[in-house]
Ligand binder design. Structure first.
Ligand SMILES: *[C@@H]1O[C@H](CO)[C@@H](O)[C@H](O)[C@H]1NC(C)=O
Ligand SMILES: *[C@@H]1O[C@H](CO)[C@@H](O)[C@H](O)[C@H]1NC(C)=O
Ligand SMILES: *[C@@H]1O[C@H](CO)[C@@H](O)[C@H](O)[C@H]1NC(C)=O
Ligand SMILES: *[C@@H]1O[C@H](CO)[C@@H](O)[C@H](O)[C@H]1NC(C)=O
Length: 597
């Protein structure tokens, strides 16, 4: 018999045998290295487009109570592509988007069909977790372009129980389509999508607990606080996105509609600033009118209201984990696919940019051994999540992962403080779209040259964002002195400082460019230890080391530069300029230090 959420809410006690203990038998396919009973349960909550920088977490008291107050907030956690589908495929596969080549939300460059075509349905986290002995459950949005037409062609692999949100109704808060296991889609007209998901989530948690011979992974991917979108037509023509997708602010549940009536977007220095900032199309945006700002404040409040259902979902999950006595053996991850901006740099509501709002996103982890009320400063990314979760499951890591495990326990944090990498590889191909209203005739809703590569690099000593756009414009923000990214030091209209970090400016940018040159096509360990590719002797581990004057000529004169031949909507190699060669023999695209010396 399936226990319903209502039975639990009514205080039904489960027999003790149903509760997981640390004495779990091993599942099939486990490596010999795994200690009996060492596999924890994992709950993974993935919201959609949730910001860190617009302070959404401040309005979620139950998430604070259950997660932040009993766990660790990773304040330097980054997605690597600020768009739903590429970010999610990277998350579940542990690979940068240039290695998945799922770079868009729709075909031909992205979406569920591209995920299938790239062969990932047999090579992503839930499949590996099942092999490691887990029962796996998922409800909510998996990928874009996973539709009421293609949901069974094929079914997503790796889930013991699933109930997916499907396009074109994924973002219809009050008319969602969910599709359970191998059944046909069901329409939930008039019900709130996140509340529907919560009941499904509690049901899967009950199922997972009943199947107590194996540990469980439960993925919950509510659509909040993504914009509401009407009828997304999926015929693969990029130009149609503008016509086919009607965006509006997210729709909260009735009981939350009245909240936060006086709340406004934080008026930070980069909110609708007097001067333009950034590069390319961002730099040509006009300052927003009061009418526009008022609408965007409303948009912001609707996001906070809509997130309240997620806050309650998290509360419901913790109530049940507690009742089942599972808290000591369960890790709960809370994150989102990408961030969001509203009004910063004069941008209309949306994502797809490389600014902190879009890429630096919430990650909170609670679990046995994870420090409470801790705020971690180390750099972590979405690419690191698959290795981390597989590591928790006790499964061997995979040689083709582009990330490394995230420290979770205190001792691991101490090691990471000295040895962890300091960079994030950020990449993007294709369009940027305004999800708010367009208030001016001369402002485009859809921009088609939003293709760029970027890196974030953060240490005690420095904090930079460096990017190269497909039109070969460059950006550099010194975030230590310019936390709001208002001064693009590489824009012709800005004053370039003579020195940075105490050395001539161009010596720093040369290093950053070479680092990006390696990262933009890195694979596996090279993505984690990129300086090793430039300095195979291992004498350079970070930007600080690379800045040594004896490498000046190597960086200033010997290296090819990151550049594009043209703007494309996908990862077309011949548009992407010179490539770093890693075969160890021919280096026509750039010298390595050991050969040059
Ligand atoms: C979950 O799926 C895996 C892989 O198919 C299978 O080995 C396992 O027995 C399933 N668990 C349950 C409870 O059916
Ligand atoms: C609601 O969803 C159903 C399909 O699930 C669709 O046929 C119908 O047109 C939708 N209604 C609206 C108002 O979008
Ligand atoms: C990029 O696209 C925008 C409009 O979509 C256009 O105004 C701008 O000129 C384009 N820039 C380049 C370099 O192609
Ligand atoms: C990525 O996918 C697109 C579309 O299928 C294809 O044209 C392109 O060549 C692929 N890029 C790489 C680097 O394989």
């Amino acid at each position: 018999m399936r226990l319903s959420g209502l039975a639990l809410a009514a205080g039904l006690q489960l027999p003790a045998v149903l509760a997981h203990s640390s004495q779990k038998p091993l599942g099939p396919g486990l490596g010999p290295s795994l200690k009996k009973g060492s596999q924890p349960n994992i709950v993974f909550i993935l919201t959609d487009d949730q910001d860190l920088h617009l302070q959404s977490l401040d309005y979620l008291p139950l998430i604070k109570k259950h997660l932040a107050d009993h766990g660790t907030l990773y304040k330097r956690h980054y997605c690597t592509t600020a768009l739903c589908c590429p970010s999610r495929v990277s998350l579940w596969t542990g690979k940068q988007a240039h290695n998945t080549n799922v770079t868009d939300v729709n075909p031909p460059y992205g979406g569920y069909p591209k995920f299938i075509r790239q062969g990932f349905n047999n090579a992503y986290l839930p499949v590996w977790l099942q092999e490691a002995g887990y029962n796996t459950y998922y409800t909510g949005k998996l990928f874009n372009a996973h539709t009421v037409e293609n949901y069974n062609a094929p079914y997503p692999a790796g889930w013991n129980g699933s109930d997916f949100l499907l396009d074109p109704y994924t973002y219809s808060y009050l008319n969602a389509s969910y599709q359970r296991n191998q059944n046909p889609p069901v329409n939930y007209k008039g019900q709130h999508s996140v509340d529907v998901l919560a009941e499904k989530a509690y049901g899967f948690l009950d199922d997972a607990v009943k199947e107590s011979s194996r540990p469980f992974f439960l993925g919950l991917a509510p659509v909040a606080p993504h914009s509401n979108v009407q009828s997304f037509v999926l015929d693969g023509d990029i130009g149609d996105i503008e016509q086919a997708a009607v965006f509006s602010p997210p729709i909260p549940a009735k009981r939350h509609e009245h909240l936060f009536a006086d709340v406004k977007i934080p008026r930070t220095p980069h909110f609708n600033p007097d001067k333009p900032s950034g590069a390319n199309w961002v730099r040509s945006l006009h300052q927003q009118s009061q009418e526009n700002v008022d609408f965007n404040d409303h948009f912001y409040r609707q996001r906070l209201r809509t997130l309240q259902s997620v806050d309650e979902l998290v509360d419901g999950i913790f109530a049940r984990l507690k009742k089942y006595n599972l808290l000591d053996n369960t890790f709960v991850f809370y994150t989102t696919d990408n961030g969001y901006h509203i009004g910063q740099h004069r941008l209309q509501p949306g994502k797809e940019c490389g600014f902190e709002e879009d890429i630096n996103i919430p990650l909170i982890v609670r679990g046995p051994g994870v420090p409470s009320k801790h705020v971690a400063e180390i750099v972590t990314t979405h690419i690191d999540l698959a290795p981390t979760i597989l590591g928790l499951a006790g499964a061997p890591s995979r040689a083709d992962f582009d990330g490394e495990t995230i420290p979770l326990r205190r001792a691991e944090f101490e090691d990471a403080a000295v040895s962890r990498h300091e960079h994030v590889t950020v990449e993007y191909w294709g369009f940027a779209i305004t999800e708010g209203k367009v208030f001016r005739k001369d402002e485009a809703r859809l921009v088609l040259n939003n293709t760029y590569k970027a890196l974030r690099i953060i240490s005690k000593e420095y904090n930079f964002y460096y990017s190269v756009w497909c039109n070969n414009e460059h950006e550099l923000y010194d975030i230590k002195t310019d936390p709001y990214q208002l001064h693009n030091l590489l824009h012709p209209d800005e004053t370039t400082p003579a020195t940075l970090l105490g050395v001539p400016f161009e010596k720093v940018t040369a290093r950053l460019d070479s680092l990006l040159f390696v990262l933009k096509s890195c694979k596996a360990q090279t993505c984690v230890r990129p300086w090793q590719a430039l300095h195979p002797q291992g004498n350079v581990q970070n930007l600080h080391d690379a800045l040594h004057p004896r490498f000046d000529a190597f960086y200033l004169t010997e290296q090819r530069r990151v550049s594009y031949d043209r703007c494309e909507l996908g990862y077309l190699l011949d548009a992407e300029g010179p490539q770093f060669e890693t075969d160890g023999l021919v280096h026509r695209q750039g010298a390595r230090w050991d050969e040059w010396v």
